[in-house]
Design a protein around this ligand. Structure first.
Ligand code: G3P
Ligand code: CA
Length: 240
């Protein structure tokens, strides 16, 4: 059965990557949550999509320029709607705690690539084990060096290769990284890739499927998880 993972939480309805967005995902009975992590200047794992604060908070500049205390003063809700004024940037730890209490799956995307966060992989692994949720977590990234690093530290943690453009023989490539799953942009996904992956016990978790017609198309491919801003809609379509 295809699962539904709430992309940055139920971000079609609530400000992305905030606790209210994650709590709404729980209410909408998503099977999991996808979120993005960065490091603050003082080394805390914080949840935000962009490496800068400008789009989704009232702050300016790079996350890595600020200590946690400063980041926690920012408003991460008003940009979406005035109703969400005062919403905070969450710590990864706060989201893990919610996911654990709700018995959900968690896809942690490490936002390394254009910016490097020394030690982020070790910190994410430590946090997963602090809460004992490793069997519920998969770590993904567009930075595949980061995913190889994760596997070198801890071969038992699940990783997923994020990619946007179609890869040539993605499963062959995936194997060179030691990853467990492919996380393709659904636009580039084909039934052949899904079938080959499944014949080898590899999961396909595809993003970000928001249009109803496209959710129906991806449903027909029988992927493992659909990552969407609208978990309620995806759940209803999957139940049809
Ligand atoms: O993990 C799937 C998806 O979130 C990747 O793209 O830009 O939304 O982080 P982005
Ligand atoms: Ca993401």
């Amino acid at each position: 059965m295809t699962k539904v993972w709430a992309h940055r939480g139920a971000s079609g309805y609530y400000p992305e990557n905030t606790m209210s967005s994650f709590e709404e995902a729980v209410k909408q009975k998503a099977d999991g949550i996808e979120l993005d992590v960065h490091l603050s200047k003082d080394g805390y794992l914080v949840v935000c999509h962009d490496e800068t604060l400008n789009r989704t908070t009232n702050g300016k500049g790079f996350i890595k320029q600020y200590d946690l205390y400063e980041l926690k003063q920012l408003d991460a809700g008003s940009w979406f709607d005035k109703r969400f004024k005062g919403e905070k940037i969450p710590l990864l730890e706060e989201a893990i705690d919610l996911v654990k209490r709700s018995n959900m799956e968690l896809n942690i995307e490490i936002k390394a690539g254009s910016i490097f966060y020394p030690g982020i992989e070790e910190k994410v692994l430590k946090m997963i084990d602090k809460y004992g949720v490793r069997n519920k977590v998969i770590i993904s990234s567009f930075d595949h060096y980061s995913l190889v690093k994760i596997k070198n530290i801890d071969k038992d943690i699940k990783t997923g290769i994020l990619y946007t453009e179609a890869l040539y023989k993605p499963i062959n490539y995936m194997k060179t990284t030691g990853a467990n799953a492919l996380h393709p942009n659904y636009i580039t996904l084909t039934k052949d890739v899904v079938e080959e992956a499944h014949s080898l016990g590899i999961d396909i978790n595809t993003y970000t499927v928001n249009i109803e017609e496209h959710i129906r198309l991806i449903k027909s491919m029988n992927v493992n998880a659909i990552i969407t801003n609208y978990p309620d809609i995806a759940k209803a379509i999957l139940a049809e």
